[in-house]
Design a protein around this ligand. Structure first.
Ligand SMILES: [Mn+2]
Length: 249
């Protein structure tokens, strides 16, 4: 994928990367598990950017959310945010570092017997505290984290994980008791995917944050003793992603 980024930058844009992934998915698996998301620069904060009709610019962050449906029809759902130039700018790295901390906090909560929502709350607390450190919360962290608050969700309006299987959002029609209200059990597969999305026109954040979108999404299998990260081959830290990118572009 990343070896095709220079072609995207040269003019073929997001379309080229989406098309490249689709071709690989079709060739080596059954096909894409869902419409692949290629969000470059200001498109990255737009959730489910499947239009993928924009340019890819040298200083952009490139949010790639893609999964191959293998020939047994099970799918993956993985996201990383790569710096097109090979290096995160200081502010891009600042955002990525906070999402990484939230992600790590979430990963530690995936284990049998845990409430399904534990990883959500763990990640959200890190996000809320980080945004408060940056002066972006209009209320205290406690109030933001309270049920009536949720001010931090302005920048993270989606859920941060879901069951995964034959459908990318597997068991989505389950009852609340069997889904968010349930406890995790061995053999469950799920995603953990916190992010931060600062829309390009969002005047509640300083100009340097506008147009930055970062998500880290891993696929996990709950085991009898904890969880196995099925997508662990990909780095989740900014420095690791820089190295990964530079080795391929
Ligand atoms: Mn997902």
């Amino acid at each position: 994928m990343l070896s095709e980024v220079p072609t995207a930058v040269a003019g073929a844009g997001e379309r080229w990367l989406q098309g490249t992934f689709d071709r690989y998915a079709r060739t080596y698996g059954n096909g894409p598990g869902y419409a692949a998301i290629v969000g470059s620069g200001p498109h990255a904060p737009t959730l489910h950017w499947e239009r993928c009709d924009g340019p890819v610019r040298p200083g952009d962050l490139l949010l790639l959310d893609m999964g191959v449906e293998v020939r047994s029809h099970y799918t993956a759902d993985v996201t990383r945010t790569f710096p097109v130039s090979g290096s995160f700018s200081p502010v891009q790295r600042q955002v990525h570092d906070l999402v990484e901390r939230a992600h790590r906090a979430g990963l530690t909560q995936v284990a049998p017997g845990r409430a399904f929502t534990d990883f959500h709350h763990a990640a959200m607390e890190v996000i809320a505290r980080g945004l408060d450190d940056w002066g972006l919360l209009p209320v205290s962290v406690d109030e933001a984290l309270s049920e009536r608050g949720q001010h931090h969700r302005r920048y993270l309006i989606c859920g941060i994980g879901h069951h995964l299987g034959l459908d990318v959002h597997d068991c989505a029609r389950s009852s609340p008791e069997a889904y968010h209200g349930a406890r995790m059990a061995p053999a469950m597969a799920l995603t953990v995917e916190p992010g931060l999305y600062f829309h390009v026109h969002d005047r509640t954040v300083p100009p340097e944050l506008r147009g930055i979108g970062v998500r880290i999404e891993d696929d996990l299998l709950v085991t009898p003793t904890g969880a196995e990260i099925l997508s662990a081959a990909l780095p989740i830290d900014a420095t690791g992603l820089e190295t990964w990118t530079k080795e391929r572009i």
